[in-house]
Design a protein around this ligand. Structure first.
Ligand SMILES: Cc1cc2nc3c(=O)[nH]c(=O)nc-3n(C[C@H](O)[C@H](O)[C@H](O)COP(=O)(O)O)c2cc1C
Length: 424
């Protein structure tokens, strides 16, 4: 293969363009000496429409067209588990605290998610699988018939707009307060160690409560609750679930040595701290099919008082290959910035990799897909503020600014009233 075509340098890689059969292709090297180019090339070949490595033999390097590889890459369709995505953007999970008191999605939830269906893969706000799992006021649940009926209206709206719905299953663990749960009991956690965070309650901010260390029976019950929640999501018409293993909540607490001081099979070593997540993901995959299950991880994310410390790489170098064996539909990484670890995930993970890079700019949005480090780039705040975020990004149109004052709780303001492009 000839490689002396035009070369564009990006932040994370060198991308070269070649023309074959009248079509421009890009291939890349993720820096030098990383050992990753082969992965990227293989990945690119597997995912680029019309790509046929044999075409490269007939390279026509004199007849190159200029076009934006950014647009080209992000607009490629992709199969994730059982769903077909129209492009590589998605909606990241975002808590909005507008559910009814019993955890049934609020009356505007179907409109809000339905408006955003053109994002393709719509991942919902964190939804508790049980009363114990609730951390904040007015978050939705996915464990009663009323919850299922409420989520069905959301699934129908997203499907009507051509999107697919993944309900995020979130157990807050110690990031909770008895004021916020239906039973007002102390939160559950791997160990009785406070998160020491301010929690929003109906009476204003209060410190997160001292949690109760989970017994083996609590662990068994929590895994059963996730199973039931996943089955409930499917009963509601969702296309799948995302297990929330990130951002300082229960699963992340098990991984973290400063939140998990257990001396049984669920604490101590890297293997033991990973056990709860692996058992839980195995159970959820068994319940609804691995190809309808994704998981979110955030290595090194210091949220909720979590400090993973020096062992963070070892932790995830064990966990991710173990989860990879389950053949889940996707891994969603909320990425703090350890690119070496991310490249290892890419090599170890057999299915779709979603990457949300903290602090990326609009210009950087496509880099990880271009460079083969990610398959899908979920959008958080831009999806919140732009019902038509994908169209805007693909057409280089301006984006509405999100208003943090209306992120959590409230009514239609800052929820269903962000204008689409035609009305902006
Ligand atoms: C209002 C708000 C609520 C969020 N809630 C969740 C959540 O429930 N679960 C989760 O995994 N991440 C949550 N996140 C994080 C987002 O999924 C996303 O990773 C983050 O906003 C970074 O992406 P962005 O820069 O595109 O906004 C939330 C973010 C925002 C802004």
């Amino acid at each position: 293969m000839s490689t002396n075509a035009s070369t564009t340098s990006y932040q994370h890689a060198t991308t070269k363009t070649v023309t074959a059969g009248g079509v421009d292709y890009a291939y890349g090297e993720l820096g030098t000496g990383t050992g990753v180019p082969v992965v990227f090339l293989t990945h690119l070949a597997a995912n680029l429409d019309n790509w046929d490595p044999r075409l490269v033999d007939g390279l026509n390097l004199t007849n190159q067209r200029n076009f934006s590889m950014t647009t080209k890459h992000l607009q490629q369709p992709l199969t994730v588990g059982r769903v077909e995505l129209p492009h590589r953007l998605a909606m990241a999970p975002m808590t909005r605290n507008r559910a009814q008191r019993d955890g049934t999605p609020g009356p505007l939830a179907a409109a809000y998610y339905g408006q955003r269906a053109s994002l393709g893969m719509v991942i919902t706000e964190g939804s508790q699988p049980s009363g114990d799992g609730q951390g904040y006021p007015n978050t939705p649940g996915i464990y009663t018939q009323a919850h299922i009926d409420g989520w069905r209206t959301v699934a129908d709206a997203v499907h009507a707009g051509g999107g697919s719905l993944f309900i995020q299953l979130m157990h807050a663990g110690r990031m909770s307060h008895p004021d916020n749960t239906p039973h007002h009991r102390p939160p559950l956690a791997p160990s009785a160690i406070k998160a020491n965070q301010d929690m929003y309650t109906a009476d204003g901010a209060k410190k997160s409560a001292l949690p109760r260390e989970m017994s083996l029976e609590d662990i068994r019950q929590t895994i059963a609750d996730f199973r039931h929640a996943a089955a409930s999501a499917i009963a509601a018409g969702a296309d799948g679930v995302e297990i929330h293993g990130a951002n300082g909540y229960l699963l992340h607490q098990f991984l973290s040595p400063n939140a998990n001081h257990r001396t049984d099979a669920y604490g101590g070593s890297v293997e033991n701290r990973s056990r709860f997540i692996i058992e839980l993901a195995t159970a959820v995959a068994d319940e609804i099919g691995a190809d309808r299950v994704g998981i979110r991880l955030s290595p090194g994310m210091p949220l909720g008082g979590i400090q993973e410390g020096d062992g963070v790489r070892d932790q995830y170098r064990h966990l991710v290959p173990e989860l990879a064996k389950l053949n889940l539909a996707f891994l969603d990484v909320f990425h703090v910035g350890d690119d070496e670890l991310l490249r290892e995930f890419r090599a170890a993970w057999p299915t779709a990799l979603l990457v949300v890079r903290v602090g990326r700019s609009r210009e950087e949005l496509a880099h990880d897909v271009e460079n083969g480090l990610a398959d899908v780039v979920p959008l958080g705040r831009w999806a919140l503020a732009n019902p038509d975020a994908a169209e805007r990004i693909f057409s280089d149109a301006p984006l509405n600014e999100p208003d943090p004052a209306t992120f959590y709780g409230g009514d239609a303001t800052g929820y269903t009233d962000y204008p689409a492009l035609a009305r902006a």
